[in-house]
Design a protein around this ligand. Sequence first.
Ligand SMILES: [Zn+2]
Length: 203
Amino acid sequence: MDQIKIGKFIAAERKEQGMTQASLAEKLGISDRAVSKWETGKSMPDSGIMLELCDLLQINVNELLSGERIMKEAYDKKAEDNLLALSKELEQQNRLFLRTEYFIGFLGSIVGIVMVFLAAFLEISTGSRIALIAGGILVVFIISFIAVGIEQKAGYYECRKCHHRYVPSYWQTNLAPHAGRTRYMRCPECGEKSWQKKVLTKE
Ligand SMILES: [Zn+2]
């Protein structure tokens, strides 16, 4: 057994639990000199106190004796898997958002065009005709604003120069010239203007 390593481990786990040597000693009903001796590797906690100590440090005896968290790699792997699953979920959500954008944009354009067509061909008063055209244009405007809002929030834009990926502000997105979902914007990272591609993930 490596007493120095175990001592360092006890100290680290004690701090992790937000305890001082004195407060740990008090909880165990021993002197803080004893705790200090463990932590400097001069002595080992005796078996009578070991279980209680492990309980307070929220480790198991096996870990105490090996002076390290066991299965740390397994924990890390799990955390990595969780993160990966989360980003996959986000990517899927973004994909759905962008499909919704297409759908809303398509529907809005159809409604707008139909309204303008009706205005042109129906036998109605001039007032109604103007109202119908204005309504049609309004629908297209509103829909395009909503669609840009969805596009801005879903995923990221990638700078063509430095490949930095970021979420631009709503107005930066809306006012930028665009071809499909590629928009001409200034990159906040390198400051260069370029045609930036919509991407679904941050990496
Ligand atoms: Zn850039």
